[in-house]
Design a protein around this ligand. Sequence first.
Ligand code: PLP
Length: 500
Amino acid sequence: MRYVSTRSAPQRRQRLAFDDVLLAGLAPDGGLYVPERVPELPELPAALPVSSELPEAPHGQSEALFEPSELPAAPQDASGRAAGMFGYAELAARLMAPYVGEALTVDELTAMARDAYCGFARPEVCPLVELAEDHWLLELFHGPTFAFKDIALQVVARMFDHELQRRGERAMIVAATSGDTGSAAMEAVAGRDRLDIVVLHPAGRTSEIQRRQMTTLDAANVHAVALDGTFDDCQDLVKAMFADEAFRRDMRLAAVNSINWARVAAQIVYYVWAARRLAADGRPVTFCVPTGNFGNVLAGHYAQRMGLAIDRLIVASNSNDILSRLLETGELVAHDVKPTLSPSMDIQISSNLERLLFELCDSDGAATAALLQQFRACRRVKLSPSQHRRIRERFAGERLDDAETLEVMRRVHAESRMFIDPHTAVGVGVAERCRRPGELVVSLATAHPAKFPEAVALATGRAPDPPAALADAAERPERCTSLPNDVSAVKAFVRSARRS
Ligand SMILES: *Cc1c(COP(=O)(O)O)cnc(C)c1O
């Protein structure tokens, strides 16, 4: 398997192996790496039906749902933990193997995935919960930081460590976060020998808990930075550091934000996992995805390209709705970022969209670069009618504002006594709005409700009890550096943070 940059011209194209793409993050020409071809879904052992995973019908039922991590435990044979069972970790290894190529054997990948997921609160890693008839929630928030980014980052950090060890090198990870990526990356990197990490977040624009999860981690190799700016400013600074060739080489910069292909690869897994459990007969599934940087839903798109029976992918946005406007009008038009109740989706320029644009430009890197250049310069760019048609064949999209989001949270709680977080609620509300009769829909639940207690309390009148690890973060002292929106200040800090 070889990877190419989304901005490379077909004639003068570098073709990289997985391990180089993993460590590089962004391509030297500023593009994102994509696999040259999409592998087919491998042959897999028969799927277990979801009913064996959920001993009792969950919805409308008990107080247990106030605390999702305390749902009845799955029986051993459904968890895949019992000897010889084909569970989530085994599925992850099989699905990632063709993307990883020679970098790791399937056995190494399986060991890595088992290690990554054994700390999750639920043995099935990503449980499915029935919300209404033919509408399921796929809970992606049972990892150490209670958001879906743990699923990819726990594996990707292990891949990094493995590869750096093999090469006898170290790396400095720099990342921008609008909330959840930061803590998930820091948690995945904390205490790892070969890695240091600096995470920039927009000061005052993450929730208190998101900030505390980043600033209270007790590991010498992780550093939180509060930047005086927006998330897009943070992202631009990270890009600027990568664009400085000398700095990048000196620091051995690496990225784990969603531009890293390895994260997309790891996220393909739960789409296949959910479809096999709910629709083992091959009935197509529609996924509704609360979207920010487009990394999560892009993984769904790749699952579909690999041959998974996906009916539609619904892109759910909050009031920062550049993607739903793109789907409606065929034009990408940037507006200013508006803070909402779902901060991890407060993004206007979704970095992973570039990978889709590359596809819409028929893998022509020069055309992709031109499109992006125009967007950067004018803050708007129009797709051709055929590109617009192709994007609408695969994706649907809708938006929910904060008031509508709160109403969804309130109603779900009233109907099924279950708390959902504002990101998940955007997905659920959009799914309900877009759903066609008879369609089987899975809404991705991307954060634990206890990460957003203020919003949950505003919607439902009470806050969910935090899991112990979250309650703990509220007590510990914070460690964070405030920096101006200035690339030389940020570079100086990164230099000082790197261990030799
Ligand atoms: C990151 C995040 C999203 C958005 O995912 P993208 O891959 O950036 O589209 C949605 N919800 C939560 C809770 C997140 O942390």
